[in-house]
Design a protein around this ligand. Structure first.
Ligand SMILES: *[C@@H]1O[C@H](CO)[C@@H](O)[C@H](O)[C@H]1NC(C)=O
Length: 175
């Protein structure tokens, strides 16, 4: 009786472990899918694994003209993020937009500051992902360091998998 229930326990643990693995790999696939649908797939071959592009412009008058004429070029391998620097007047009129690929260190300066001597506002934002720097930061809410969380974005998929797991384990119990 004792050894019987022990072996049943081990059996159940093995089943749970098996579905945990399924769950994790499922998650990975879902995260891949989400990234796939989020990006506009480039036609030119990627220069290195996990390579990405940023809108790139230097001191252009506003966001429209930056994006319109920006090169979306492959970022160097030592960078991980897209950075945007936005200068604007107290009335919110853009005076300068700069976008580029950036390292984690450069992204430490996100946020908004008031330059007293020139009296313009400067907001800096960073983001992660293919051509993610479409918008420009205008206040503390969007002048942030936005990093992609694959686990969070695939949350709904994980929920489905968890429910499936629960149903399967319950079914095994009832047999
Ligand atoms: C920040 O700017 C965005 C876009 O311009 C706007 O929708 C949002 O309401 C602003 N937030 C604050 C706190 O001003």
């Amino acid at each position: 009786m004792y050894s019987n229930s022990m072996s049943l326990l081990y059996h159940m643990l093995a089943v749970v472990a098996f579905f945990q693995i399924l769950l994790i790999s499922g998650n990975w696939i879902l995260a891949k899918n989400i990234n796939f649908y989020n990006v506009r797939l480039p036609v030119d071959p990627t220069p290195y694994p996990s390579s990405f592009k940023c809108f790139t412009c230097d001191n252009v008058v506003d966001n429209y003209n930056c994006n319109r004429w920006a090169e979306d070029k492959w970022c160097p391998q030592n960078t991980q993020y897209c950075l945007t620097v936005h200068h604007f007047t107290s009335h919110g009129r853009s005076t300068s937009v700069t976008k580029k690929c950036a390292t984690r260190e450069e992204c430490h300066f996100v946020g908004c500051r008031h330059h007293k001597e020139t009296s313009y506002m400067e907001c800096i934002s960073c983001c992660e992902g293919m051509i993610c720097n479409v918008d420009i930061p205008t206040n503390q809410t969007n002048a942030v360091f936005a990093v992609v969380h694959a686990w969070r974005t695939s949350g709904s998929g994980r929920q489905v998998m968890s429910t499936l797991l629960l149903v399967l384990v319950t079914a095994i119990f009832m047999l």
